[in-house]
Design a protein around this ligand. Sequence first.
Ligand code: URA
Length: 238
Amino acid sequence: MALDPRHAAYLDALGVDVYVRRDLPAPPVTPAVGSGPEASTGEGATLGWDALRQAVAACTRCELHATRIQTVFGVGDVNARWMFIGEAPGADEDRQGEPFVGRAGQLLTSMIKALGLRREDVYIANVLKCRPPGNRDPRPEEARACRDYLERQIELVNPALIVAVGRIAAQNLLATDTPLARLRNRVHALGAKRRPLLVTYHPAYLLRSPGEKRKAWQDLLFARELLGRIERGEEVVS
Ligand code: URA
């Protein structure tokens, strides 16, 4: 099958050699269950999109409100089948008010396009809605304070598949400190609704370690195959 030049460019951004791509073995499916909390009980638990967006914009639950330019809510199709969840806004996102718009964001967009989707076909959000100063890791109390906003976003989008982007997002969502390498390549079940969740590398990491892009591409192939199975009504989490 010939690839159109733009699709080839997205694959190229991911470091994927087109002639290799079709020969990659499918990653093993080793269902595993993550028991991360996903049962909103906080103030955000029942809000609709407008009220939720307003609550986030006015949020002062943690210290990050003092240093942000603006909150970064989330973007994309509110009825998306795919939801990508990252860590926290960086400087570009803080300035523009949209997740994943900086260099790492451009790579995430290429990853989404390599899946044959448009950025606007998916929903993109972060664990934290405010930028941690100097892009430090989110603190547990910050993630806790923000948690019900993300839970409500997940509830409202009701995606078929969640992709946790990077170690911090994955560990926060699944309430685990298991290393990322052991969280990849498995289907996790998120929260009480046991939503299928996969874990892949953060694009900022891939920019620093381009040799890992090939594994990220394997994750995406796994995700695409899994989504197909979900859409066919197969049980993918045990
Ligand atoms: N990294 C993230 O995890 N999220 C963003 O929105 C930008 C960079």
